[in-house]
Design a protein around this ligand. Sequence first.
Ligand SMILES: Cc1cc2nc3c(=O)[nH]c(=O)nc-3n(C[C@H](O)[C@H](O)[C@H](O)COP(=O)(O)OP(=O)(O)OC[C@H]3O[C@@H](n4cnc5c(N)ncnc54)[C@H](O)[C@@H]3O)c2cc1C
Length: 433
Amino acid sequence: MDTPPNKDFEVAIVGGGVSGLVCAIALQRAGVPVQLFEAAAAFGEIGAGIGLGSNAVRVLKAVGLLDEVLKKIHPSELRTRGFIYYNGLGDNQEVFAVGYDAHPEDKGIGMHRAIFLEALVPVLEPQRAHFNKRCTSIVRSAQGSRRLVINFQDGTSHETDVVIGADGIKSAVRSFVLDAPDDRVAFSNTVAYRGLVPYKDLQEAGFKTPVVQDPACFVGPSKHFILFPIKNGEVINVVAFVARYDIPIGSEKLPPGTPWVETVPKEAMEKEYEGWGPDIAALMKCMPETPSKWSIHVVHPPLDSFVKGHVALIGDAAHAMLPHLGAGAGQGLEDAYIISRLLGHPETQGDNLEAVLETYSRIRRPRAQMVWSMSRAAGAVYDWQGAGGSDAEFMREELRSHYDYVWQYDIEADVEHAISELRTKGAYVAHSV
Ligand SMILES: Cc1cc2nc3c(=O)[nH]c(=O)nc-3n(C[C@H](O)[C@H](O)[C@H](O)COP(=O)(O)OP(=O)(O)OC[C@H]3O[C@@H](n4cnc5c(N)ncnc54)[C@H](O)[C@@H]3O)c2cc1C
């Protein structure tokens, strides 16, 4: 249920991906006047799956969106999740499992991205969403004014009090926060081949590893394969990674003109996995003839702050990371939750916005950057590049601690911490609300 508008300031969100959309809905529900500006002609997502850990599920629940998502998926898709790890080489033996035993009450979801969007979009009041609005710059409305103007590519503009940049890794808002030309997008030296494969095709090709219930990860030297079920196990989302560890992140760019995402002949992918086990060979037969190849970029070096004045970044715009813990969208949802809880707080008004946004950054940045670092470290573990190489016990313990950090997180404690910090600073007056 939405709270009636109760604020003396307005918020504009730039970018309507999952982070921007969830943030807009959360602000709408909290009675904060909010408008969302999306570059594309409609809300849209790529044709791939997405996994949300229990931390992200808790955010959806807190914003009142979990039921909307559950209406769109099979009830069994919300369940205790973990990964079973298999050796990609040899005869694809199981090596270990992570994530099932410790916290059976914590549940995650795997689903098609389009379904996720279908659940969210109807909740946002349609008059709040504006399409074909590509932000090109943000400027102050006048000397000395705290109001901001967002300029769009179509020559129009929008004036507001707060801008939330949810415009993804190629963010146009980030340069305002940096107060300098943006230099924070780096090639991660990792590529991912992606495709959706019907499970029955896998069976027919002789694929043996169980993947209908639990996500599987096939590990090996400098490469790994993730398979997770969507559509109640009828379709398997495949992401196959190939990484270089001899090049530091950010030190080499893609050759000029190389797109970040392209379709490639299946043979390119097959070549990378020559000599891997029989299930990988069977899987290759089922991949689309032209899988997509993603050259994965990240935000690096990290930002010193997610905020400047009344402009804040959330999601990939702030901390795009390697996807090895399936945690990027979840971190965007955590950002959206904290910033909307703070902006929606009864004591947040036009005159303390700067302190409120600063506190958002102070609370969110360490956690998001830690997940960034752990995501990178997890990729190295899968690819036998961690300190323990291919030792199963080492890998299991490393990954367990990373997943625990991502999934077992008390975000309500962060909200409380932020509120108490705002009281200590005098930004919120010291009475209980
Ligand atoms: C291979 C791979 C697998 C992944 N798997 C997972 C997973 O299983 N689980 C998980 O949690 N995360 C996963 N991620 C990460 C996840 O996809 C991202 O973290 C998430 O989509 C980021 O959402 P966002 O809303 O912040 O940004 P985006 O999804 O990039 O959305 C940005 C939006 O802003 C719009 N926009 C861009 N520029 C402008 C502009 N100038 N003006 C206006 N609008 C603009 C775009 O059109 C877009 O709609 C994966 C990533 C990759 C690469």
